[in-house]
Ligand binder design. Sequence first.
Ligand code: HAM
Length: 428
Amino acid sequence: MATNAITAPKGIYDVDEAGAGRRRLRLERAFFDLAGQYGYPPLAFPFLEYTELFERGVGSATDIVSKEMYTFVDRGGRSLTLRPEGTAGCVRAFVEHHHEQSGLPWKAAYSGPMFRAENVQRGRYRQFFQYGIEAIGIDDPALDVEVIEFGYRFLTDLAGLGDVVIKLNTIGDTGERRAYVDELRRHIVQAVPDLGDDDRRRLDLNPLRLLDSKTPEVVGALDDGPRLQDSLADETRARFGEVCAGLDSAGIAYTLDERLVRGLDYYTATTFEYAAASLDVAQDAVGGGGHYDGLVAMVGGPDLPGIGLALGVERILLAAEAEAEGVRDEDRSGTDFVIVRAGETGDECARVLRGLRASGLRADMTYGDRSLKAQFKQADRLGAHTVVIVGERDVADGNVTVRDMISGDETTVGLTDVVGVLGSVRPR
Ligand code: HAM
């Protein structure tokens, strides 16, 4: 590469291998098809939002907002941020367009890139893609079950992951957490007097995140510390019981994980994550989500609850690859028919090509002024099983030559019949 060649920014990748592009497209279609079955229509919302949305919604004390956002001031002096996640934008759209006046729950499905300035490693990127669904406006444990089931079905039935564990927890609301957080803080300060920088930061800004600490002393201290579950109201516990019972009767297995706290502040009650056993433990979450009670109001809307999830596309593909080692992409390559031009027959080539495409065939032409040999090489590269040679002499007689690239057999076909004749050639 020349020394002055420009590369993509660190942690931001092209999907430049044809197979990977096709797998993504297939997966995205499968996602929106399943979302449609569950009543979640597609929603597209902006990549850029006012920074305040994420500060208020995701929470200023979270790692995402305090350390990982791509934020800049625009020409009008407003602070904008590339969306680090989709829920806040979705909720903003719900509030802005008064969807509370439509039938509730309001449901939406989305797909697209998210941006977080993270430490880049396998499965952790700065631009990554998520598929997400959100259901806003109704508080019903059955909706929690629906969302959790949706993610599980997508990951196992459609993305083909055989090894997905659902981790499930309930974390109550801010009021219920307050007493616990104070107790937790006191306990940790006493049990681990010399906390490292990272844990100290968690203790000061967001003590609940200590439950997620990887420091052995903290993990040990948590074992005989207070339990969040003990601070939850009976109502919260009963609601969670209904979610668990719903999953049981749907035959969906889950693991209760009292230490599951998620990296976003808007969660109340149910939280969950999907872990793929085939990925490194540090990055094994292929998706996650939960219930959020205060977010709609925080964004300026009515006091309505919501529940949703997001799935990480790159991690799903990594997990699928790890599980199916050595299995090749079974898709055929892109093009079945290629038009080769011999002489001044550009118009006829274009007409045949247009006709083939209009009848639904995968067709292309070689383009440029190239020798026949170079054109056949290109047709091979494109994976064509049939080449249509449009030569001056043939065209003068109203014909073209069709070559079967596998047997090498050639036949003469009428120029006006060729589209119909080739339409009956089955792709291999
Ligand atoms: P999240 O857990 O931050 O939740 O992200 C969801 C998924 O996105 C993760 O489980 C992971 O698979 C993927 N992901 C996150 N960060 C990265 C990264 N840097 N590189 C690659 N993949 C990544 C949310 O974003 C919430 N909005 C989910 C939600 C929707 N909650 C309620 N509704």
